[in-house]
Design a protein around this ligand. Structure first.
Ligand code: CND
Ligand code: ZN
Ligand code: ZN
Length: 375
């Protein structure tokens, strides 16, 4: 029997307040309104950003359904939706692409102004939620929410993909892989023969390493305080691995010594202010480029000597790897099916969705790269 137009009762992982375990609850998911799409989730990865929303490092409104790196199948569509139809395999997008805002219209932009990162409303465009639990409205996360059997997103925040694509793999294109890989090839535009330093070797950082390699970097220095991450970094292209805890001097001095003058490109893929400034100081003083990929922790500020930028360095940020989300998904999934890059090394664990708390423990204890939850 078709569920279109009806409220669906299903399981979701609800976060009622900060720093608590996820609670698997029965929720009601309302039908999609005009220009919205209801998706049946098939697989979702766990990204550190979800954990930042749990700890309060990223400001969100509770109760909330987190998750933003997934793949699923369209269950039904609201009035006026033309880009996808029921049965289509899709990836929901945490950065929409409306096509009409300044960032969407500019060839260099990708952070559509309809994004919900800074505003953190947790609501659909009409100011309401499609989720309820125990009679209470539950917020969405970045217009996305994938830790649920069904979700509703705006049609500008969903992309149809090749029906042959394996969803439990390509879900990582929804965030981790594309964010890291794009930071290197798209935001920094790493040049052949250059030297790169990647701070933080989680799913996103390792994808930066892959991007630097594809771009032809001759030296890729992987930096992490967890040396267990080094084997995989080497497998994916790192030429050197450095643990800042093995040195008495600051890590930027170590990197400047290793490269004589600093790296051409550095990437902060952790989400800490001190590693953001360390990454900046690690790049060559005149033409070095440093990219912030890690989510800036809420309410923290950076103070730095402007001489660091005056000499010529470029400091920039990268959200979703600089990709225009809807336009790029089809190409990224296509490149994956053509074996232009790998995703398997990123997925270290696969768990049933209901074991979500176990998945977060693996991330917090540094044991996993990506855990994929399957429904
Ligand atoms: P994950 O936690 O898996 O990896 C971070 C790595 O950093 C771990 O291997 C840590 O051991 C390492 N680390 C922690 N502290 C230090 C330190 N002081 N020095 C060196 N290494 C350290 O995270 P992830 O790969 O899932 O995500 C990385 C960041 O990217 C995180 O902040 C996440 O929120 C952010 C992100 C950004 C975007 C975007 O669009 N820009 C999208 N998704 C995630
Ligand atoms: Zn993410
Ligand atoms: Zn836009």
């Amino acid at each position: 029997m078709s569920t279109a137009g009806k409220v669906i009762k299903c399981k979701a992982a609800v976060m009622w307040e900060a720093n608590k375990p996820f609670s698997i609850e029965e929720v009601e998911v309302a039908p999609p309104k005009a220009h919205e799409v209801r998706i049946k989730m098939v697989a979702t990865g766990i990204c550190r950003t979800d954990d930042h929303a749990v700890t309060g490092a990223m400001v969100v409104r509770y109760p909330i359904i987190l998750g933003h790196e997934a793949a699923g199948i369209v269950e039904s569509v609201g009035e006026g939706v033309t880009s996808v139809k029921p049965g289509d395999k899709v990836i929901p997008l945490f950065i929409p692409q409306c096509g009409t805002c300044p960032s969407c219209l500019n060839t260099r932009g990708n952070l559509c102004s309809k994004n919900d990162i800074a505003s953190a409303s947790g609501l659909m465009a009409d100011g309401t939620s499609r989720f309820t639990c125990k009679g209470k409205a539950v917020h969405n996360f970045l217009g996305n929410s994938t830790f649920t059997e069904y979700t509703v997103v705006h049609e500008t925040a969903v992309a149809r993909i090749d029906p042959a694509a394996p969803l439990e793999k390509v879900c990582l294109i929804g965030c981790g892989f594309s964010t890291g890989y794009g930071a290197a090839v798209q935001t920094a535009k790493v040049e052949p023969g250059s030297t790169c330093a990647v701070f933080g070797l989680g799913g996103v950082g390792l994808s930066v390493v892959m991007g630097c390699k594809v771009a032809g970097a001759s030296r890729i220095i992987a930096v992490d305080i967890n040396s267990d991450k080094f084997a995989k970094a080497k497998e994916l292209g790192a030429t050197d691995c450095v643990n800042p805890r093995d040195f008495k001097k600051p890590i930027h001095e170590v990197l400047i010594e290793m490269t004589n003058h600093g790296v051409d490109y550095s990437f902060e893929v952790i989400g800490r202010t001190e590693t953001m400034t360390a990454a900046l100081a690690s790049c060559q003083c005149n033409y070095g480029v440093s990219v912030i990929v890690g989510i800036p922790p809420a309410a923290q500020k950076i103070t730095f000597d402007p001489m660091v930028l005056f000499t010529g360095r470029t400091w920039k940020g990268s959200v979703y790897g600089g990709w225009k989300s809807r336009d790029s998904i089809l190409k990224l999934v296509g490149d994956y099916t053509k074996k232009r890059f790998v995703l398997d090394p990123l997925r270290t664990h696969t768990l049933p969705f209901t074991k979500i708390n176990e998945g977060f423990d693996l991330l917090r204890t540094g044991k996993s790269i990506r855990t994929v939850l399957v429904f």
